[in-house]
Write a protein that binds this ligand. Structure first.
Ligand SMILES: [Zn+2]
Ligand SMILES: [Zn+2]
Length: 244
């Protein structure tokens, strides 16, 4: 299983970059986790859009879903050109699916994620855990046939359920929105020291930090995580990839 970072900013993208979006490839299966602002353009550096099998959206904040609407147009055009035979499956964690304005059911097959779901896509299975955030938001666990595991946190405040959900996984891809000194300033996001504690308590093998703030020195985030977690920690800069 290979994880590639397509977009890694929180809130909005910097020039020529993107907010949350990650490509996961395993055998012939290609799925995308979140599809934020700027993601669709960057994604095509790593995969042909027609090769995608499914997209999973952790929640409906714009920095995680913005480009799904242009991806719908892309799939619509590709269907018209005869390059894609089936609609792209899009799974969204929300309790207000009917308020989202998708127009082309022949382009996207949009479905609601329920926290108890176990969704099989090719060689991958995806399960979910409820986060602490100001709208419904989930963490996702991706498991391949070899039993290799990746957990992506989406957006979340500190929660024991994420520790349980991520127990012993090979890679924890986790939001790190705040510096240690900011802990508690904003709800629904993790400070670096909380990330370190979650990773340590879940005893994960490796950590990839993402969903970065637009201020301060990002190296400091990693240093603060490493004060609590003494295994490998990476930054999810664009194009970063890790094979699990
Ligand atoms: Zn976000
Ligand atoms: Zn959010």
């Amino acid at each position: 299983m290979k994880l590639t970072t397509v977009g890694f900013w929180g809130a909005y993208p910097r020039a020529n970059e993107a907010t949350s979006c990650y490509l996961v490839q395993d055998e012939d299966t290609r799925i995308v986790l979140d599809c934020g602002s700027g993601a669709l353009s960057r994604l095509q550096n790593y995969v042909q859009l027609n090769e995608l099998d499914a997209v999973f959206i952790s929640h409906t904040h714009a920095d995680h879903i913005a480009d799904i609407y242009c991806l719908e147009y892309a799939m619509f055009v590709q269907r018209q050109l005869g390059n894609r035979k089936t609609p792209l499956d899009v799974y969204i964690y929300t309790d207000e699916l009917n308020t989202l304005t998708f127009s082309y059911p022949e382009a996207l097959n949009v479905q609601q994620i329920h926290v108890t779901d176990n969704i099989q896509v090719g060689s991958l299975s995806v399960t979910f855990s409820e986060n602490v955030h100001d709208i419904p938001c989930c963490s996702m666990k991706i498991t391949n046939r070899m039993g290799q595991t990746l957990v992506y946190s989406g957006d979340t405040g500190y929660t024991d359920s994420l520790i349980q959900f991520a127990k012993g996984v090979n890679v924890l891809l986790i939001e790190c929105s705040l510096y240690k000194k900011q802990q508690g300033l904003f709800t629904g996001h993790l400070a670096s020291n909380e990330v370190g504690k979650i990773a340590q308590q879940a005893n994960v093998e490796q950590v990839v930090l993402t969903h970065f703030p637009h201020y301060g020195h990002l190296d400091q985030l990693k240093e603060e995580v490493c004060q609590f977690f003494n295994k490998k920690v990476y930054d999810a800069k664009e194009g970063f990839s890790i094979t699990i």
